[in-house]
Design a protein around this ligand. Structure first.
Ligand code: GLA
Length: 370
C-alpha cells in the first residue's frame, strides 16, 4: 500500500540571514508542496523517481558521501543520514516525488524534499517522529548538501499553522503561531533569476554567516542575543576591529533582529503600514549591508512598491529567487496585474503558475496523510 507525505514550502516574512545566528524569525508555510508517494521495500534500497529530475537509486549505509553538487540524490542521502540518527533503518523505499513548489526560488523546496524523504524513511521503518525529533536532525542533515543554513526552514515546513505566521525562536527552540490579520495578503513573486543554493551561491551564503560570526567574536560577544542587550549595539558595527564586510554583516543582523520585533508587534496589533515598512527596510538592509540581493530582485521590489504594495523584500537566501510582496487583500490582484505589465512583460520565460503565487498561510507537515 502506498503512503503519501506532503511537505509545504515556506516563505519568510521577515528575519533574513539571522536564523543561523539564533535570532528569531517569522516565516509561514505556503500551499505549494512537495508530495512523496512511497512504499516500504523489503531490502535496503531507495529508489526514487522525480517527474522533473529523473530516477536515483541509493543504498542505506552508515557512511555516505555526497554526489556532485546540485544532484538531487544528495537530498536522499541527507535524509538517510537524518532518519538514521532518529532510528536504525533496515528498509528502503520505492518513492515517487511530485511538486508544485518552484525549486531554487527561496521557498525551501530543498528542505521540503529532505523533510519528506526523512519522514518517509522513518515511516517505512515503523517510526512516526515528533516535531522535536525531526528538528534535532534536519538542520544538520541539510548541511550535508553543502549549505550551512539555520533551522528556520525546517521549523516552518513542519510546524506552521494555517492562517498564521510562525514565530521561531532558537536556543532553545520555541515555535509560536501568530495569526495573520484578516485582510492581509501576500504574493510570492519570482525574480526569474535562479538561486541554486546547492551550487554556485553556496560559498557566498556561507561567507555571510562566517563574517557575522567573526564580527561577533572580535567584538567580544558570545551570541547575538547578548550583543543586542548592549545599549547602542548598532554603533558597534563601526568598530575599527571589524573589516568592512564584517561590519556590514553585523549591522544587518542587529538591525534585522529589531525589525523582526517591530513586525511581530505590527502583526499583533494589526498595523499593516508598520508591518510593510519593516519588510521594505529589511530589503534595503539585505541589499546594502548584507549584499545578498541582485538587480532583478531590486527591480521587482521597486515595481511592487510602485504598484502600491505596503511592503516588499527578497525572501530566503537571496542572490535571486523570490520576493515577498505584502498588501491588503483588496489590492493583491491589481498589484499582480501591474507586476505582469511592468516587470514580467519583459521576460518571455514568465509562467504565472510558477512565478507569481498568491501565498496562503498554510499548515506544516508533521502528520502523515494516508
Ligand atoms: C536559507 C537557509 C535558512 C536561512 C535563509 C536566510 O533559506 O536555509 O536557514 O538562513 O536562507 O534567511
Amino acid at each position: 500500500m502506498k503512503t503519501k507525505v506532503t511537505v509545504p514550502g515556506r516563505v519568510n516574512l521577515i528575519g533574513e540571514h539571522i536564523d543561523y545566528h539564533h535570532l528569531p524569525v517569522l516565516p509561514m508555510a505556503i500551499q505549494r508542496r512537495v508530495s512523496l508517494s512511497f512504499q516500504p521495500r523489503t531490502d535496503r534500497r531507495i529508489r526514487a523517481v522525480s517527474e522533473h529530475y529523473g530516477e536515483r537509486q541509493v543504498c542505506l549505509a552508515c557512511n555516505v558521501t555526497p554526489g556532485p553538487p546540485g544532484d538531487w540524490a544528495n537530498y536522499i542521502k541527507a535524509a538517510m543520514q537524518a532518519a538514521g540518527r532518529c532510528a536504525p533503518l533496515e528498509r528502503g523505499i520505492e518513492a515517487t516525488v511530485t511538486s508544485d513548489l518552484p525549486a531554487a526560488a527561496g521557498l525551501s523546496s530543498s528542505s521540503a524534499l529532505l523533510t519528506a524523504f526523512t519522514i518517509a524513511l522513518l515511516a517505512a521503518n515503523g517510526v512516526e517522529p515528533t516535531l522535536e525529533q525531526l528538528m534535532d536532525v534536519l538542520p544538520d542533515g541539510e548541511q550535508f548538501v553543502g549549505t550551512r543554513g539555520g533551522a528556520m526552514d525546517h521549523a516552518a515546513v513542519l510546524g506552521a499553522k494555517e492562517r498564521c505566521a510562525l514565530l521561531v525562536r532558537f536556543a532553545p527552540l520555541d515555535l509560536a503561531a501568530v495569526p495573520i490579520p484578516t485582510g492581509w495578503s501576500f504574493l510570492v513573486a519570482h525574480s526569474l533569476t535562479t538561486a541554486e543554493k546547492s551550487g554556485a551561491v553556496r560559498a557566498q551564503y556561507n561567507a555571510r554567516r562566517v563574517s557575522g560570526s567573526e564580527a561577533l567574536r572580535k567584538l567580544g560577544f558570545v551570541s547575538f542575543q547578548s550583543a543586542l542587550c548592549s545599549p547602542g549595539c548598532e554603533r558597534l558595527a563601526n568598530s575599527a576591529k571589524l573589516t568592512e564586510e564584517e561590519s556590514r554583516c553585523f549591522r544587518h543582523v542587529i538591525t534585522e533582529a529589531v525589525r523582526v520585533e517591530e513586525a511581530i508587534t505590527a502583526l499583533r496589533t494589526g498595523d499593516a503600514v508598520r508591518f510593510g515598512e519593516a519588510l521594505t527596510a529589511s530589503h534595503a538592509s539585505l541589499r546594502d549591508d548584507l549584499r545578498v540581493s541582485c538587480p532583478a530582485l531590486d527591480e521587482l521590489v521597486e515595481a511592487a512598491l510602485k504598484a502600491g504594495a505596503l511592503g516588499a523584500r527578497l525572501t530566503g537566501a537571496g542572490f535571486g529567487g523570490c520576493a515577498i510582496v505584502f498588501s491588503k487583500t483588496e489590492d493583491r490582484a491589481r498589484i499582480a496585474a501591474e507586476l505582469m505589465a511592468n516587470y514580467y512583460s519583459k521576460h518571455s520565460e514568465f509562467d504565472p503558475a510558477h512565478h507569481l503565487i498568491y501565498a496562503e498561510p498554510s499548515a506544516g507537515a508533521i502528520a502523515l496523510a494516508a
